[in-house]
Ligand binder design. Structure first.
Ligand code: C2O
Length: 348
């Protein structure tokens, strides 16, 4: 059966998965008893998420302002920036009971078929909170277009000191501070084994493989089934395991204790760049569905469709959401700025 929404009262101190040690921070959310079932609001106006490298000054100013306001909310407001960062930690670092009979079996939404839908909900509320703070219902998160050569460098709006989008805990060798900024290596793990002049072709081949050649069956792309009673980490899909993880590792600071911020589950949401990275992961889900033609685009298994999670919405109301409401981004009220997809013809 499907994994139910977690019991917030049973949130515990989690595990630092890089170090395999108890976490030294508490990332449980503020408690509330009144979770309501979330209904997607009618999508009257569609938000358009821009490619970060194409975003203009006005957009950047709005995004900075919204993030600044989010950081300035009271520390115990569930919409506060650090509380939002902790949402990732709570769902990934084994803090919640998974819901099955064994209370020692903790929830971890990564490396499974929950990867795409859970992150979609996470970004959805994060975006709506930002939009509400600047009172702009059209506000949409930018996406880091790392699957396109023009967008492969770290987006420059995130590296301006004094900006609310800045974060010092990143790999300093990967910042776009020079004329020819380093391009992210979508096969990066601890270091890059791709020569700088081979990064673009290597990345395009990698994307073709993750999105087409190696993503034939639903579980290839989404990841393996993870239902009530299952142990964490049944198996990641192509994008989660590949480009997605590579970007985390490429951005995280190698001089930090354990990959902070982007390279560690508990801390990754502390970097505003996380949400821009995941907006592109989310876009890959939509692009993949569009490429499917008449083949099935998502699981029909109720164990997937009825999995539920809890989030705080833009009004600080605790809401219960389901995977089934995530499959169509348009029904959730947003889309992505159209750009070229240069890896589509990169069959190796
Ligand atoms: Cu929840 Cu990119 O990780």
């Amino acid at each position: 059966s499907p994994i139910p929404a977690p019991d917030l009262a049973k949130c515990t101190r989690g595990t630092n998965l890089n170090l395999r040690q108890p976490l030294d921070v508490d990332c449980c959310p503020p408690f509330s008893e009144n979770a309501v079932d979330y209904k997607l609001p009618a999508a009257t106006e569609i938000r358009v998420r821009p490619a970060a490298h194409l975003a203009d000054k006005d957009f950047i100013a709005k995004y900075e302002k919204a993030t600044e306001l989010m950081k300035a909310l009271p520390a115990d407001d569930p919409r506060n920036f650090m509380q939002q960062a902790n949402v990732h930690c709570a769902y990934c670092n084994l803090t919640y009971d998974q819901g099955g009979a064994d209370p020692s079996n903790k929830l971890q939404i990564h490396f499974s078929w929950l990867f795409f839908p859970w992150h979609r909900w996470y970004l959805y509320f994060y975006e709506r909170i930002l939009a509400k703070l600047i009172d702009d219902p059209t506000f949409a998160l930018p996406y880091w277009n790392w699957d396109n050569p023009k967008g492969m460098a770290m987006p420059s709006m995130f590296v301006k000191e004094n900006s609310s989008l800045f974060n010092p805990r990143r790999n300093q060798a990967h910042l776009p501070l020079v004329n020819l900024p380093p391009l992210a290596d979508l096969r990066f793990s601890k270091k890059s084994s791709t020569a700088p002049d081979k990064i673009v072709p290597s990345n395009l081949t990698e994307m073709y493989s993750e999105m087409v050649r190696s993503a034939v069956n639903l579980e290839d792309f989404y990841g393996a089934k993870y239902d009530l009673g299952a142990k964490p980490d049944p198996g990641a899909g192509t994008v989660e395991r590949g480009s997605h993880t590579a970007i985390h590792a490429w951005v995280g600071d190698p001089n930090s204790p354990a990959g902070e911020d982007m390279g560690n589950f508990y801390s990754t949401g502390r970097d505003p760049l996380f949400f821009c990275h995941h907006a592109n992961v989310d876009r890959m889900w939509s692009v993949w569905r569009d490429l499917r033609g008449s083949k099935p685009k998502e699981f029909s298994d109720p164990d997937w469709l009825d999995t539920s999670f809890l989030f705080y919405d833009e009004n600080a109301q605790l809401v219960r959401v389901k995977v089934r409401d995530t499959v169509e981004n348009l029904k959730m009220g947003y889309t992505f700025q159209k750009v070229e997809i240069p890896w589509l013809n990169k069959r190796p």
